[in-house]
Design a protein around this ligand. Structure first.
Ligand code: SAH
Length: 352
């Protein structure tokens, strides 16, 4: 029989499940609390031993484990390769900021969006992650911190690892709700960012969920012609529709939208592109995050010089567009999307 993944269940669902399995309801609540603290069954010390044995036989407490990690000597960023129960793996990145620990998590194994600069999509989508696995990524990072004797725990989450969150909509929404369950991990949705390549109908759906997450949109171009060169999704949804969906999102949630823009040499990084972008974003409650391209060795796209970044940034500032440059973290540990997983998979293949 397939074991139940307890990390994907709400407190009420675990309580019902416990009751159906002949345990008193208060045990369900205890189990839920343990699960959100990252415990495995052996660690659930206030449960009777025979109950723990029964749970072990029928349920999973830790669907995600750290298979390997790399810590940056530059800034302490930790890159995780997470093992899933079916042998698949995904990546996560833990970054320390002044305001807390931020974890970048994956929402799918691989991705089917096909963006030309991205390593996660090179072999397409393998499968969606479950909500329980997404929470499991956070719990595994928290266990890692605890094992290192550190007090800090994940306080901020970005859905920016491998996968397109809005291509796995229902599980992502369930995951977001799990974060604010009573007696659970309690991560405020104000500390959560969701990044999408721009699946317009799902952006509209998200706007109606009444969840205060920050919406990030991978724009990467000032017009559709350029966008189509690197992002296949641009053939389905135009920038005009994307910006319209963003306006709805801003109206519904009161939160500003963040546009991600990776500067690619000879493609989207000229001053004229900055001017065109500024024109399109004029008057919008938004922020632009410039991302220096992480060159992926399987792709022939090139990053840009410091000067190019500076000019692009200044041009936006002069047009009163709020803009920052994403800190480059973990440069020495293959911090870019999908690179560590690929390196490990390739080594495994080479060893086989
Ligand atoms: N599918 C979602 C989230 C995952 S990617 C999305 O498209 O937004 C997270 C961010 O990293 C996106 O903005 C993506 O475009 C960007 N990205 C992917 N590969 C990159 C690379 N090689 N260099 C810089 N940014 C990259």
């Amino acid at each position: 029989m397939e074991k139940v993944e307890l990390t994907g269940m709400t407190r009420a669902e675990i309580t019902d499940w416990a009751r159906e399995n002949g345990f008193p309801a208060f045990r369900g609540k205890q189990i839920f609390e343990w699960i959100h603290r990252g415990a495995d069954f052996d660690g659930m010390t206030n449960l009777p031993k025979d109950m723990r044995e029964k749970l072990k036989a029928s349920a999973v407490a830790q669907p995600v484990t750290v298979q390997l990690h790399r810590e940056s000597a530059l800034d302490g960023t930790v890159k995780f390769l997470y093992a899933l129960r079916d042998g698949n793996c995904v990546e996560g990145v833990l970054m320390q900021y002044k305001y807390g620990m931020s974890l970048c998590i994956s929402t799918q194994v691989g991705c089917r969006m096909g963006c030309r600069f991205c390593a996660s999509t090179l072999e397409g989508r393998v499968r969606d992650l479950t909500a329980g696995e997404m929470l499991g990524e956070i719990l595994a990072a928290n266990r890692f911190l605890a094992e290192q004797g550190r007090e800090a725990r994940v306080s901020h989450v970005v859905l920016m690892g491998s996968g397109e969150p809005l291509d796995n909509y229902d599980q992502v929404i369930r995951f977001l709700h799990l974060l604010r369950e009573e007696e659970g991990i309690r991560i405020s949705l104000r500390n959560v960012s969701l990044s999408t390549c721009g699946i317009v109908p799902r952006m509209m759906d998200l706007a109606k969920e009444n969840l205060p997450v920050t919406l990030c949109v991978s724009l990467h171009a000032p017009n559709d012609e350029i966008r189509r060169k690197t992002m296949p999704i641009a053939n389905t949804y135009g920038i005009r529709e994307i910006l319209e969906a963003c306006r709805v999102y801003i109206r519904e949630t009161g939160r500003r939208v963040i546009f991600e823009y990776a500067l690619v040499d000879g493609v989207n990084a000229g001053k004229e592109h900055a001017l065109e972008l500024a024109e399109r974003l004029r008057g919008m409650q938004c922020h632009v995050n410039l991302i220096p391209l992480n060159e992926v060795k399987e792709r022939n796209l090139k990053g840009v010089s410091e000067d190019t970044v500076r000019v692009f940034m200044q041009t936006l500032e002069e047009k009163h567009i709020s803009v920052t440059r994403r800190r480059e973290m973990g440069d020495d540990i293959e911090g870019a999307c999908g690179q560590l997983r690929r390196t490990v998979l390739q080594h495994q293949e080479a060893d086989a």
